[in-house]
Design a protein around this ligand. Structure first.
Ligand code: SF4
Length: 686
């Protein structure tokens, strides 16, 4: 590869939150190859298949290259001036008629942090709508809410190296072998460690485990409470840590005492000996690490499940030291950047809407009237969609996200898209299943075509660099935001003298200074030279002081409620959804990479051999999955013991076989994250 490139541009991978360092090889202004950065502490030169083929997305045939405006029912090319003037005029007249909050905006973890920060200011202070959220609510909101409830703030407390330093690693609902492949290698490397994986399905990660706990769907809370009960009963807790650094222990201990091994065995389907063995392993570990992803977050009880995990870490003092952390492994490359820069569930720098001092702080830095800053968050993503259906939201602006494939219960989403008076889709690709609905398509630059930073799961801020120019007339999201700011007359007030994303970074440094996510401690150059910098250092809470009113973490009593849609005689399977290593989310990018697409071109359905026999189905039969909402037809059947009897699994990447036709529109009341993981379906031959 080094023979074909004439320059190498150092950057960070734009897919997942592992945050691998890479080099893009460029020849004659085109990205011709990539390779892992051998000096990067996250990946030491390695890349997964998506990373290794990432340069192909830059020249994919499906890139959006010119603004398109719907005229007489058809999307037709228009100049940028007409596109943005129309957007400002249409949104302006809708806001004048229905109020400022009739505009809903859904951003993304795909932008660089500097763009997310700029977008937040533009939307909340420029367009003056509070209804601004990110697609991260579909994946990480429960982790954010759970951290806030337990510790007083968001922020994953540990580092990747803690996975290696731990003597017990407990992964809950986390298939890192498919979804965070390079991170997965951290738990492969040592025979000194016990890997325990909690997952209803025998995932690739479960196959690597020393102990796999195939719990019944959504019974993880019972298991976690049951482990806490055994730890307390056996004296395997850190009483001095509990006394000094937590509140609520007595009530918590009384609550979990009802989660006896017998009861937990009944709820989870595990046997009592295994539950005891795992609890003792966790309790006797010198350092224990708990990692989780969507199996925990994608639930109506996602936020409280996170607090249950945090409880385990707190009562054993497994936080703030090497190898010990309750660690949310995030999804998108810059999900963390959207969490820190805020304007969604919090104000920038993890400030709180309801805290007057926090609002004063920001008003002073921005030199604006404090009344301009909202005192409460606006609608979360699912409520923006619901608002569009009910008529509260009249204009929608989606940025680098594809809800037609990623949002649960498609029929409601479609109703929302058809109900609004004006729909803008800003994306690096067109057509996408969502841009097909748009009144206006704004073509945007993607990874490899712009400069800024991403923050990965371990709070490592990585430099992202431009290797090539965007195709056609596509512009960076940052340029689009500043141009819109000028057209609505707020550019000089909100973005004085800003020309590049570095100007946004300099202001973000001032906004984040002194906060937990303090970016003022490093420059772009340092991040680049040192292959990333972790805000908060390697670990948060090393001193046991938490950002709560009394400095102590909170222990929570978490009930194990049955999941919303239980199977019955008509819908007798529980459907679980997930991902595969070759594809990224809604496949907008990876379907255009021949190497990845040819390996996995279609969706499938996994079913246990017992069920297949009962239904007289054979491998490769075509089947239809039907829920109370709709159905997905013509799926290839895979008969396999990796799913338990009574459960089926399908990947969610495929618009042609959209799992969200059948998923449930049920959301966590705290985080607003969807319950993607369990809905009741039946399966028939197509
Ligand atoms: Fe990119 Fe994630 Fe693969 Fe690393 S593991 S190369 S960050 S997709």
């Amino acid at each position: 590869a080094s023979r074909v490139a004439d320059t190498w541009v150092k950057t960070t991978c734009g897919y997942c939150s592992v945050g691998c360092g890479m080099l893009v090889g460029v020849r004659d202004g085109k990205a011709v190859t990539v390779r892992g950065n051998p000096d990067h502490s996250v990946n030491h030169g390695k890349l997964c298949p998506k990373g290794q083929s990432e340069h192909h997305i830059l020249t994919a045939p499906g890139r959006a290259t010119q603004p398109l405006l719907r005229k007489k029912g058809k999307l037709v090319p228009v100049p940028w001036d007409e596109a943005l003037d129309t957007m400002v005029e249409r949104i302006g007249s809708i806001q004048q008629k229905y109020g400022n909050n009739s505009l809903g905006v859904v951003g993304t973890g795909q932008l660089v942090t500097e763009e997310v920060y700029t977008l937040g200011k533009l939307v909340q202070l420029g367009f003056r709508t509070r209804n601004n959220d990110g697609n991260t609510t579909l994946c990480m909101a429960s982790a954010v809410s759970g951290y806030k409830l337990s510790f007083g703030s968001d922020g994953p407390p540990g580092s990747y190296e803690d996975m290696e330093a731990a003597d017990v690693v407990l992964l809950i609902g986390s298939n890192i072998a498919d979804n965070h492949p390079i991170l997965c290698q951290r738990v492969e490397r040592s025979s000194e460690r016990t890997l325990i994986v909690v997952d209803p399905r025998v995932t690739k990660t479960a196959m690597m485990a020393d102990i796999h706990l195939p719990v019944k769907p959504r019974s993880d809370i019972a298991l976690i409470n049951g482990i806490a009960h055994i730890l307390i009963r056996e004296g395997l807790i850190d009483s001095s840590y509990i006394e000094q650094h937590t509140t609520g222990f007595e009530e918590f201990a009384a609550y979990v005492s009802t989660f006896t091994p017998q009861h937990v065995a009944q709820v989870t389907g595990l046997n009592e000996e295994t539950i005891l063995k795992v609890a003792l392993l966790y309790g006797r570990a010198k350092a224990a690490f708990i990692g989780w992803t969507m199996g925990v977050n994608h639930s109506t009880q996602g936020a409280v499940t996170v607090t249950a995990i945090n409880n385990l870490a707190l009562i054993t003092g497994n936080i703030g030291r090497a190898g010990a952390a309750p660690f949310s492994i995030t999804g998108q490359c810059n999900a963390m950047g959207t969490r820190e820069t805020g304007f969604t569930s919090s104000l920038p720098g993890y400030r709180k809407f309801e805290d007057a001092a926090h609002r004063e702080d920001l008003a002073r830095i921005w030199n604006i009237d404090i009344e301009r800053i909202p005192t409460a968050r606006g609608l979360a993503y699912p409520d923006i969609i619901e608002g569009a259906v009910s008529g509260k939201i009249k204009a929608l602006w989606f940025i680098a996200t594809n809800p037609v494939v990623s949002f649960p219960n498609y029929s409601v989403l479609e109703q929302a898209l058809r109900s609004v008076e004006f729909l803008v889709v800003q994306d690096g690709f067109h057509p996408t299943p969502t841009s097909d609905f748009a009144d206006l398509v704004l073509p945007a630059a993607i990874w490899g075509e712009k400069e800024g930073t991403y923050t990965n799961s371990e709070r490592r801020v990585g430099k992202v660099n431009r290797a090539v120019a965007p195709p056609g007339d596509a512009r960076t999201d940052f340029d689009i935001f500043l141009d819109l700011a000028a057209r609505i007359g707020v550019r000089e007030e909100l973005f004085p003298n800003w020309k590049t994303t570095h100007d946004a970074f300099l202001e973000w440094q001032r906004v984040s200074a002194g906060r937990m996510c303090d970016y003022s401690k490093f420059t772009w150059q340092q991040i680049e030279d040192e292959n990333g910098a972790q805000w908060g250092g390697k670990r948060l809470y090393e001193d046991g002081i938490f950002p709560t009113s009394d400095g102590k973490a909170r222990l929570h009593c978490v009930p194990c409620d049955p999941f919303v849609e239980q199977p019955n005689s008509e819908y007798n399977f529980i459907l679980n959804t997930g991902r595969t290593v070759e594809h990224w989310h809604t496949r907008t990018k990876t379907s255009q990479v021949a190497m990845l697409e040819s390996m996995v071109p279609n969706a499938w359905l996994e079913m246990n051999p017992e069920d297949a026999k009962r239904l007289n189905l054979k491998s490769h039969d075509r089947v239809t999955v039907t829920s109370r909402r709709s159905n997905v037809k013509n799926l290839e059947l895979r008969i396999t013991g990796i799913v338990a009897p009574g459960q089926v699994f399908m990947p969610f990447h495929f618009s042609e076989s959209n799992s969200n036709l059948v998923t449930l529109g049920a959301f966590d009341p705290i985080s607003r994250e969807p319950n993607f993981k369990q809905c009741a379906v039946r399966v028939e031959r197509s």
